[in-house]
Write a protein that binds this ligand. Structure first.
Ligand code: AMP
Ligand code: GLY
Length: 445
């Protein structure tokens, strides 16, 4: 099968790496891709007779993903049998609909189903109607409504721009002054259209975990758990980021809590979407708060987490082409539930100095081969090749990923690999996995 992967981050490099391991993957293409994805593609296409003939056309085709027609034309030209859409923006924008309408198998939801990530208000209303446990909320459409709502909730309170805001649209306000500033910011247009509306939410207490499920709209298969580290600083302090590291599985999501999340959150969501005439197809990523009353939904994402995908792929034992194409072709009921290694995988994000503010571009990177010598894998996120030299080209630059029999072992292996990398203008958190490592140590003593 010829496969087209869309996106350019560490998540997509991990997907490319895993897709490439499938004997069913004949040729692999990506757009916009990155140097790590490029090398994966070169390896795959070199082993395919068809790929050999066409690699001279370039590795990654630089499509504007909002130009649906050009993506479709590429699929026609290269006889693409599966399109895997990595990031949320093209999903919310309806790229999957355009391709599916043209008869192409796509992994990822259409625009109506991607509203689960694209509109926080839509998701909250769906939860309320279906009795799905989540924080109490109000939808507001003006500054005055927003200020009145936060006064009713009192601090701490959470303020969210309704639409996609590149992970920056959420404020967890500990004081009324912060809450008021967040409301004013949204309605002053800070997030453009994404902030035409907002959601005011009750503050939930607990530990967070990410839970993944694959669904084709009717069948649902559990697809693992992970814990992300959203804050930039040690001990979960400082500003929010896209994620500074992750590990999988997340033992804090016990089998019993996982069962609760599946029956009280994921299954009713999939049913509600189908009943509403917009069946959800793809991966449903639930951000959960594990409260004293059980798991509650913080938010849905309509794609894999980044960097959670990297640790899931590191543990996945199933053939990813089989799994994603079965999902895209509504055949999930016919496949074996995907199995994961019982090992822990842990990934550390190396970011460029300045992140999550303006990151320093162009810092040279050396030592990736040495880092991978003992079984670790370094996924590229924001990198570029400039005159043959690998350099930083984004906020999150590399994801150094390793496995072990415990979080502590995986952590040690990942930091040992990271030590081999020479990236002077980069930094990382020194404590990825700390919550679980503390618990492992507690259990031993
Ligand atoms: P989101 O972009 O929706 O994932 O929100 C970013 C972060 O804000 C989440 O990972 C949580 O740490 C926090 N958050 C969101 N909603 C709530 C809530 N209702 N209560 C407490 N924290 C929240
Ligand atoms: N790591 C968080 C996310 O992908 O949204």
């Amino acid at each position: 099968m010829n496969i087209l992967l869309l996106g350019s981050g560490g998540r997509e490099h991990a997907l490319a790496w895993k897709l490439a391991q499938s004997p069913r993957c004949e040729t692999l293409w990506a757009s916009p891709g990155n140097p790590g994805i490029d090398s994966t593609i070169v390896e795959v296409n070199a082993r395919s007779p068809a790929g050999d003939a066409i690699t001279s056309d370039g590795l990654c085709f630089k499509a504007d993903l909002s130009d649906h027609r050009s993506v479709f034309e590429f699929c026609e030209m290269y006889k693409i049998g599966l399109v895997v859409i990595g990031p949320e923006a093209p999903l919310v924008d309806g790229l999957a609909d355009t391709l599916r309408d043209a008869g192409i198998a796509v992994f990822g939801p259409g625009a109506a189903a991607a509203r689960l990530e694209g509109s926080k208000g839509f998701t909250k209303d769906l939860c309320e109607k279906a009795g799905i446990p989540t924080a109490g909320y109000e939808r507001v459409r003006s500054e005055a409504e927003g200020l009145a709502a936060i006064a009713r909730f009192g601090a701490p309170v959470v303020i969210k721009a309704d639409g996609l805001a590149a992970g920056k649209g959420v404020t967890v306000a500990m004081t009324m002054a912060e809450a008021e500033a967040a409301v004013r910011d949204i309605f002053a247009g800070r997030f453009g259209e994404a902030g035409a509306e907002a959601v005011i939410e009750e503050f939930l207490e607990g530990e967070e975990a990410s839970y993944f499920a694959l669904t084709d709209g009717s069948t649902i298969l559990a697809f693992g758990s992970a814990q992300d580290h959203k804050r930039v600083g040690v001990g979960d302090t400082g500003p929010n980021t896209g994620g500074m590291g992750a590990y999988s599985p997340a033992p804090v999501l016990t089998p019993e809590l996982e069962r609760q999340a599946m029956t009280s959150i994921i299954a009713p969501t999939v049913k509600a979407m189908a009943d509403a005439g917009c069946p959800y197809s793809g991966v449903l990523y639930a951000g959960l708060m594990l409260t004293t009353e059980g798991p509650k939904l913080i938010e849905y994402n309509c794609r894999f987490g980044d960097p959670e995908c990297q640790v899931l792929m590191m543990r996945l034992e199933a053939d990813l082409v089989d799994v994603l194409s079965a999902c895209a072709e509504n055949r999930l009921a016919a496949i074996e539930p995907p199995r994961f290694s019982p090992d822990t995988a842990l990934t550390i994000v190396m970011a460029a100095r300045g992140y999550p503010g303006t990151p320093e571009k162009g810092g040279a990177i050396h030592g990736i081969a040495a880092a991978e010598a003992n079984g670790a894998k370094v996924f590229h996120a924001g990198t570029a090749l400039v005159e043959g030299q690998l350099v930083a080209n984004g906020g999150r630059v590399l994801n150094v990923t390793a496995r072990g029999q415990s979080v502590r072992e995986a952590q040690a292996a990942a930091y040992a690999a990271l030590d081999k990398i020479d990236f002077e203008s980069g930094f990382c958190r020194p404590d990825i996995g700390w919550r679980e490592v503390d618990r492992e140590l507690d259990r031993q003593s």
